[in-house]
Write a protein of this length. Structure first.
Length: 583
């Protein structure tokens, strides 16, 4: 439900803040006063396209803020996207959903959700859970097959997502089969090429770490003589030569130990020399073991040369680094496996048949639900038409089988209408009267919204155009009844509709300091009587129009038992005050 709307420097509105309540709210005013500005502002707050034209002349930017009750369906989405508002520990109420949109004079736009920066696309994701807007040309959308299906599926509470997913799977399987069938010769050549290349690399059988190991061993064997000479020379200097490091260290250690008792400060040096003596002994042992195991092994060196040469030859042929050959072999084997699957026509045909069977199972379930829902929707809208001045009129939802499986199912849907008794139902687009089209659109909107609206707020923007007389009263009662279940906002020019509202807002335009400004304010009592009277008889109010307005408001207050306490009735006080209005 919409709680609050705030505007600043929006079109011709300098500043405005409105609070909304549950039930049915009417927005009225003179032609051109800006009644639809609020609707435009709400649409911008929910991600519709905006430009610099919405910024009030002379202002640097326009700001729109809207506060909604947070729908349960959005809780997980808000948490996942990082827009979850902190919960007040002292309140049982869920935190509201705060939306803000700013558009500057250059047309640049910024958006926030619960104070965090958001994208326009994210605002649009919220829209279907918050607002459902029906405009005066709503019937045009009802001529599009996709819109008709969506309304029917929503009314019948049909989930078409499994069917759409099954159709996508079937399409992919069909495309894979068709591609394989048309590319058999190319696939065979590709298979032959991959098989030959894999055979070459398989003969080499490169291991993942082998290239580095081969290079290390080859480097050692190719320099074996130099390594042995260096190790022998080091061993002699450490312990085998006539003058060696071990002997000199022993002599130094012996000299210090002889005088250590005279000065304990030499103990650290003695300890260091003892450590060096142990390390020299370890080094001599290691060098001896190295020389014992060392071998020139020219045969092994030749084997390494041949192996490295094979690696280099294949690396040059396939224009890769030698170390990449193991990964290249794995990649080719994966491609070959995919190619084998792509050339297995029997398997592909089986997959396609299985996918089609799964789609048909889901589609038949949807078809059965539509076949059941279509008559129910037809009956409900036909009944609403009887109340809207189309006695004997009939509404039908026609389902037609499709030649090919479609993502939306096995049938298309179309709305057919007979405007009066005895006439043959025709497609909605061929109904000639604009008034009839508006009433039919209203009947459909009220029926489908009342049955299954995902949004918490329904907006009717002059959808009652072309309606008048007793039918207008019915429209008002329908909206009032609908307002018992969901918040309804209606921009209307009909006094019969406005009189049925639980809450009434007056939109007025005035010239201030040479600039035209629009303002919206809630009205009740005398002001509401005067506005209804104006809608009935024009700017010059008469005692007759005022009395008529009072009567309409009084009858509206009694029309639905248990009406909300906020419902405004003129009552005795308003009747008394209305006498002060000059005719």
């Amino acid at each position: 439900m919409l709680r609050r709307l705030s505007l600043r420097d929006f079109v011709i509105v300098p500043e405005l803040e409105l609070d909304f309540a549950a039930g049915f709210s009417a927005l009225t005013g003179e032609t051109g006063a800006g009644k639809s500005i609020l609707i435009d502002a709400l649409q911008l707050a929910l991600g519709s396209r905006g430009d610099a034209a919405v910024v009030r002349e002379g202002a640097s930017r326009a700001e729109i803020s809207a506060e909604f009750d947070r729908p349960k369906a959005l809780v997980a989405w808000l948490e996942e996207a990082g827009f979850d508002a902190p919960h007040d520990a002292g309140s049982d109420e869920a935190p509201p959903l705060l939306l803000r949109r700013v558009i500057d004079a250059q047309g640049k736009s910024r958006a926030w959700i619960n104070g965090s920066t958001a994208t326009v696309a994210q605002l649009r994701e919220l829209a279907e859970h918050l607002l459902d807007i029906h405009g005066q040309h709503a019937w045009q959308g009802l001529t599009r097959p996709a819109s008709v299906r969506e309304l029917l599926d929503s009314f019948a509470q049909i989930d078409t997502r499994p069917m759409a997913a099954a159709h996508a799977t079937w399409r992919r399987a069909s495309e894979a089969l068709a591609s394989a069938q048309s590319r058999q010769a190319d696939l065979a050549r590709e298979h032959e090429r991959l098989t030959w290349q894999i055979g070459e690399l398989d003969r080499l059988a490169p291991d993942a770490d082998e290239w580095e190991e081969l290079n290390a061993e080859h480097s050692r064997l190719s320099h074996a003589q130099s390594l042995m000479d260096a190790a022998r020379s080091a061993l002699e200097r450490i312990g085998e030569a006539e003058v060696n490091a071990q002997a000199l260290t022993d002599e130094a250690l012996s000299s210090l130990q002889d005088v250590l008792s005279y000065d304990a400060a030499l103990q650290d040096t003695v300890n260091a020399l003892q450590g060096a003596q142990a390390q020299l002994q370890d080094a001599a042992h290691s060098l001896g073991a190295y020389l014992h195991a060392a071998d020139l092994d020219p045969d092994r060196l030749q084997q390494l040369d041949d192996r490295l040469s094979a690696w280099m030859t294949l690396a040059r042929r396939y224009r890769r680094q030698p170390a990449e050959l193991p990964a290249l072999l794995a990649e080719w084997k994966s491609e070959l496996a995919q190619l084998d699957a792509a050339t297995d026509l029997d398997a592909l045909q089986a997959q396609q048949a299985q996918a089609l069977k799964a789609y048909q199972r889901e589609a038949k379930t949807v078809s059965a639900a539509r076949a059941k829902g279509a008559p129910a929707l037809s009956t409900a809208v036909s009944q609403a038409m009887q109340q809207l001045g189309m006695a004997g009129g009939r509404f039908e939802v026609a389902l037609s089988a499709q030649d090919e499986p479609q993502s939306f199912g096995l049938e298309s849907a179309e709305f057919l209408v007979a405007g009066h008794a005895g006439s043959t139902p025709r497609p909605l687009a061929k109904v000639g009267s604009g008034g009839e089209l508006s009433r039919i659109a209203l009947a459909i909107a009220v029926t489908t919204s009342q049955q299954n609206s995902g949004a918490g707020t329904l907006i009717f923007d002059e959808i009652d155009t072309g309606v008048g007389g007793a039918v207008a009263e019915t429209v008002g009662r329908l909206m009032k009844q609908l307002g018992r279940h969901v918040q309804v906002l209606a921009v209307t020019h009909l006094p019969q509709v406005a009189a049925c509202a639980d809450h009434h807002f007056l939109v007025a335009k005035a010239l201030k300091h040479g600039v035209t400004n629009s303002d919206v304010r809630p009205i009740h009592g005398e002001a509401r009587v005067a506005e209804i009277a104006r809608m009935l008889g024009g700017e010059r109010l008469s005692s007759t129009s005022i009395a008529h307005a009072e009567e309409m408001l009084a009858l509206s207050a009694q029309s639905l038992p248990g009406a909300p306490s906020s419902l405004t009735s003129p009552g005795k006080d308003a009747a008394t005050k209305s006498k002060k209005v000059k005719p």
